[in-house]
Design a binder for this molecule. Structure first.
Ligand SMILES: CC(C)(COP(=O)(O)OP(=O)(O)OC[C@H]1O[C@@H](n2cnc3c(N)ncnc32)[C@H](O)[C@@H]1OP(=O)(O)O)[C@@H](O)C(=O)NCCC(=O)NCCS
Length: 179
């Protein structure tokens, strides 16, 4: 696991891919903000590399996550945590997957599953209550991938707490899985 001082070429390429998804303005996408987020002190990376016969290595994908606190509106979390504040203040410890990006040639070969297994194992080991992530509604491939893994639309996702017409204008969902 390493935190790159400078996000490399692979990261930039993946960011360009990601930015292509962001047609809607509701995410407030900014490349510089994203790079700042990706180099935060709490950012943790697992990077997959491929080694060529000549010994050179190339990055083929990465998982970027953080251990963090996240809002919750789940009843069981209220009961099990010492969070006695108002609705807005209830938070739980989660492992949050900020990015999971694989080069196209390395997709559908079980690498994403490997990364997510690792993420969830780390979350469990460090007593996080959930594994969480944000996914664009248009990214049906990723949604199929996460759904197969047991992820569901979280209670704090726009579609679960905004009026339907407002939620329909939001381009993303927040998914989670209890650990
Ligand atoms: C989404 C992503 C991380 C999945 O990783 P992956 O290594 O390709 O997925 P896996 O090989 O582990 O697939 C596991 C299961 O997920 C589902 N799945 C994965 N890709 C799928 C696809 N393109 N269409 C439908 N289901 C898919 C399948 O059920 C698959 O099982 P199967 O291959 O036995 O049928 C990867 O495709 C990727 O990096 N995509 C581009 C970036 C991206 O969208 N990241 C997510 C941002 S939130």
């Amino acid at each position: 696991m390493l935190l790159p001082d400078q996000p490399g070429v692979q990261v930039r390429k993946c960011l360009a891919e990601l930015a292509r998804y962001v047609a809607a303005k509701d995410t407030g996408w900014s490349s510089s903000d994203k790079l700042a987020e990706m180099t935060e002190e709490n950012a943790r990376y697992v990077i997959a590399t491929e080694t060529s016969p000549d010994g050179s290595t190339a990055r083929v994908g990465f998982l970027y996550f953080q251990f963090t606190m996240e809002d919750t509106c789940d009843t069981e979390d209220e009961e099990s945590d010492d969070n006695s504040g108002s609705d807005q203040e209830r938070q739980i410890p989660v492992v949050y997957c900020y990015e999971l990006q694989l080069e196209e040639a390395f997709q559908r070969r079980g690498l994403g599953t490997y990364f997510m297994n690792l993420l969830e194992e780390l979350g469990t080991r460090y007593h996080m209550k959930k594994s969480m992530l944000t996914v664009f509604k248009s990214n049906t491939t990723a949604i199929a991938f996460y759904t197969k893994r047991g992820y569901v639309v979280d209670g704090i996702s726009p579609s679960n707490h905004l009026p339907p017409r407002r939620a329909a204008r939001i381009s993303y969902e927040i998914l989670s899985k209890s650990l």
